[in-house]
Design a protein around this ligand. Structure first.
Ligand code: ZN
Length: 211
């Protein structure tokens, strides 16, 4: 059988499973979505957001790109963020990276990979900002793991620097922004940091909403 046909067959079995539990499963699901979480994760096929968090359809609003980047000129990510924060009014935004990330690994190399180099360039910036700490780590694997963590941390701060997040913090005291790293070897999530609406950010990134 061609491999894609397996997916269509699995879909039929999945529908049956859901209907066996609740016959109105899809009727309820089609009504509306009220997810509490926005998930910004890596496109890597080994990090399925719903599976690793035990969430069901309807619970996570998801954006994925290579190496879970939050780039201020990325209209795709920004549109997802705006819709999640302003319309869906999510309570939590989660940036989830993962150890062994190919994007982060390639950013550490000098390989010319074409267009993807432009995207990974942002991770090289993270490296430069934390160069002192990273170059103090002799073991290559450990250095890569640390860069994965620092990359997540930087993307969390990038979110806090957006006008959407600052406005929601100012008017609605939400969302919390979380930085997590998924470990492919154990299946566990490593909870790295959380920013709350009272977080102080660098003055240069602040927007005024009072006038
Ligand atoms: Zn990745």
């Amino acid at each position: 059988m061609e491999s894609y046909k397996k997916l269509l067959l699995a879909n039929k079995a999945w529908v049956k499973d859901k209907l066996d539990v609740r016959e109105d499963y899809f009727l309820r699901m089609a009504d509306d979505q009220t997810p509490e979480f926005l998930w910004i994760g890596c496109s890597d096929s080994r990090v399925p957001a719903e599976d690793i968090t035990g969430t069901e359809p309807g619970e996570l609003f998801v954006h994925r790109n290579i190496a879970n980047q939050v780039i201020h000129t990325d209209f795709n990510m920004l549109s997802v963020l705006q819709y999640a924060v302003e319309v869906l009014k999510v309570k939590h935004v989660i940036v989830c990276g993962h150890y062994g990330c190919g994007g982060v690994k390639n950013a550490l190399s000098h390989k010319h990979l074409g267009l993807i180099n432009k995207w990974l360039r942002h991770i090289k910036d993270v490296y430069r900002i934390h160069e002192h700490e990273l170059e103090g780590i002799a073991d290559t694997d450990r250095r890569l793991r640390r860069l994965v963590e620092l990359n997540v941390q930087e993307q969390v701060w990038h979110l806090a620097e957006t006008s959407m997040i600052q406005h929601a913090w100012h008017t609605d005291q939400r969302p919390h922004i979380h930085g997590w790293v998924y470990d492919l070897h154990t299946g566990y999530l490593n909870d790295l940091l959380m920013l709350t609406p009272d977080t102080r950010i660098d003055d240069i990134y602040k927007f005024n909403f009072d006038d």
